[in-house]
Design a protein around this ligand. Structure first.
Ligand SMILES: Nc1ncnc2c1ncn2[C@@H]1O[C@H](COP(=O)(O)OP(=O)(O)OP(=O)(O)O)[C@@H](O)[C@H]1O
Ligand SMILES: [Mg+2]
Length: 403
């Protein structure tokens, strides 16, 4: 049954996704947004919203289920859309509760719970770091004796490298678990890939199980080093014809199939051991990449992943077929850091390839674009050092979770 004006409910624990709201509005949806009180005064696209609600937190139960069920008394909701990573499980639970289409709880775990994705990938023979749940303790003990350190103890459902600890000895692991107490089952342990590593991301647009479009990019430094060590964040699209890109297109295809992806956008990450050339699956999310990755991808390819995600939701709600616009074949790179100045002066960064500048207090950022992948790389590497010198300040970790 197709509706002219599908009713969409958006959950946004954090401020993001205006382009998605706008495209859904343009396509005739009735848009309801719930965000956190703390985020209410940020630059929401109110012109694209029919209703704007706030709650102290979107992840506290039964409050969120009660609030959304109350909305459902008066609205015939068609789809629930999570804008932030932390809203993915909540949206899945609410779909289950209200019997709405889209990913349910079990399906969404493969894109959120790092232990679930590890186990699923291993069953399909996808290479990944050696890992173990922290239960039963006998199994963990066996792992500690068998797999050489260092290891990383990771929260199964955090993002932004939060709460990840690199540990060197079995004593440290047992101590960390002791401190975690009842929280320990929400973590898993895995081997830190040894030697020099590079972290890649593959961002895909999927329609009914088929990847219509994907891009391969590489971070300048591993995100954990940047997040926890305080540094300049960069990422760039890599040459589509390179051996790395070809290998990752293939691996990503197998991964998304294994995880049961149907329709939407994905951000998958892979570790490459520079010494051996081997790729390892790191993690996968059913969402647009964070930290302005979507802006970089748009500059390089002309495809805005937020908008395409909106179009996919609308096509699903109406029972129509989604069509991908024709992509551009350029390359782009993104650089961002925390700035010691409220309004950093980026005017000295004036190469003709600079196509976008970040407008956010106490941040410095820009995007470069070129038809030549090597040119993007050279520019970013030069800018990385200059950003560190001109703007960089030490990094306070962002707030934990979204409570
Ligand atoms: N097994 C590993 N070997 C080497 N480095 C790792 C490993 N696991 C994680 N890391 C480092 O930690 C970072 C974050 O890991 P992961 O992507 O699993 O967590 P996250 O919290 O979802 O991070 P983000 O949201 O920043 O992508 C990686 O980008 C990498 O730098
Ligand atoms: Mg990650």
């Amino acid at each position: 049954m197709s509706k002219e004006h599908p009713v969409f409910l958006f959950l946004a624990s954090d401020f993001k996704g205006n382009e998605l709201l706008e495209v859904c509005k343009e396509l005739g949806c009735y848009n309801i947004l719930i965000t956190r009180e703390k985020k209410k005064d940020l630059g929401w696209a109110h012109h694209a919203l029919d209703e704007f609600h706030t709650m102290p937190s979107l992840i506290v139960q039964p409050d969120i289920t009660n609030a959304v069920s109350y909305l459902a008394r008066h609205h015939d909701l068609d789809r629930i859309i999570a804008l932030d990573d932390y809203d993915i499980e909540t949206a899945a639970e609410l779909r289950e509760h209200l019997r709405l289409p889209g990913m349910g709880s079990s399906a969404s775990r493969f894109f959120r719970d790092k232990l679930a994705m590890r186990i699923q990938a291993r069953a399909a023979g996808i290479p990944e770091p050696e890992f173990t749940p922290v239960f039963p303790h006998a199994r963990l003990s066996d792992f500690l004796g068998r797999v050489p350190p260092p290891w990383v103890l990771k929260p199964r459902d955090e993002a932004g490298s939060q709460g990840i600890r690199k540990l060197q000895s079995a004593e440290e692991v047992w101590q960390a678990l002791e401190q975690l107490g009842d929280q320990q089952s929400h973590f898993h342990l895995e081997q830190y890939v040894p030697g020099k590593i590079e972290i890649f991301h593959v961002d895909s647009i999927v329609w009914e199980g088929e990847i219509l479009f994907s891009t391969v990019s590489v971070y300048g430094a591993p995100p954990m080093v940047v997040a926890q060590g305080g540094g300049v964040f960069t990422t760039r699209l890599v040459d589509r014809k390179s051996a790395d890109a070809k290998a990752l297109f293939k691996l990503n295809k197998k991964l998304l199939k294994t995880m049961g992806m149907t329709s939407g956008v994905n951000h998958a990450e892979f570790i490459k051991s520079v010494d051996t050339g081997q790729f390892y699956f790191l993690e996968v999310a059913a969402r647009v990449g964070g930290a302005h990755i979507a802006d970089m991808l748009e500059q390089g390819t002309g495809i805005n992943y937020w908008k395409e995600r909106g179009k996919i939701e609308v096509a699903q709600a109406r029972g129509e077929t989604y069509h991908l616009p024709e992509p551009r074949q350029d390359y782009a790179g993104l650089i961002i850091c925390l700035s010691k100045y409220e309004h950093p002066d980026l005017s000295a960064y004036n190469a003709p390839e600079v196509v976008w500048r970040l407008d956010r207090p106490f941040h410095a950022g820009l995007i470069v674009r070129s038809s030549d992948a090597a040119r993007v790389r050279t520019l970013l590497e030069g800018y990385q050092e200059r950003f560190a010198h001109d703007f960089l300040t030490s990094v306070p970790l962002p707030e934990k979770g979204r409570v």
